[in-house]
Design a protein around this ligand. Sequence first.
Ligand code: ADE
Ligand code: ZN
Length: 321
Amino acid sequence: MPKIELHLHHEGGAPPAFIRGLAAEKKVDLSGIFREDGSYAYRDFNHFLSVYEAATSVLTGPEDFARLTRAVLEESAAHGVVYTESFLSPDFCGGGDVGAWRDYLAAIREVADETERDMGITLRGVVTCIRHFGPEKAKPAAICAAETAGDFIVGFGMAGDELVGEPADYLWSFDCAREAGLQITVHAGEWGGPQSVRAALEDLNPARIGHGVQAIEDDALVDTLAERGTVLEVCPGSNVFLGVYPNLRMHPIQRLRERGVKVTVSTDDPPFFHTTMTREYEALEATFGWGEEDFAEVTETALAAAFCDDSTKDKIRERLT
Ligand code: ADE
Ligand code: ZN
């Protein structure tokens, strides 16, 4: 089935062999972040974030991001993804310098254009600040986002450790991005409970929430999400792999849907969590009995919630039929 993915961290799509290859080329010892079988090695969420940042440290220039983009989009296209929004962080692409950021973006876009032509997958970028890097680092990220907002950079968001600080601490950056016309998504309710989702909603008024699944613990909040039409970028495989839920049966995606919350399905950081969009779909079919109509519904929700412009949506709609 043709698929739409709204929640994919660009560097989080890097296959471990790709990162190992870059590390060898650059003579950087990253042996500590891999298991013997070649997969990424980490103990828990915080350790995952540091392994992620270590892996990202060998992506040192636009050419590396061009190669990464090709690897990520080829893999997504192989799983039927026709439209994807990936999270791009100026922190990992030039350190917040606007000139350097433009060079990274140009390299990414060149590959995205090629891949669109050759494989029928369209990429758009959502610039993300990293919450545990703090509000001061978020500001140059937001400026990079605002300076490059347009047909490719379509949104601004926040990833990282949601237990650090408050969403309101990042208000300057979100206002800056919003004033530039960017749409907003915030990671919340992956680890921080319903209160974290509530704070993100109240302080930053996002159209979408990254994860948001722990909202299920608060009935009034679930109603609020349903009433506001806030779209959740749900990443079931990521949540199970990281231990937010012990298994998919215990995952709230189906209960949220039944309560009228708009949900979409994504992989987050597929090689880190041993998942793909195909695996996500297969698991949802096996666990909750989702069939064609259910998948068509989440795809429609994702298309409506995508941050790209209407003419891009029309093109994607054609690919879905
Ligand atoms: N960055 C990459 N993956 C993430 C996740 N699952 N949660 C928060 N930040 C992330
Ligand atoms: Zn994420």
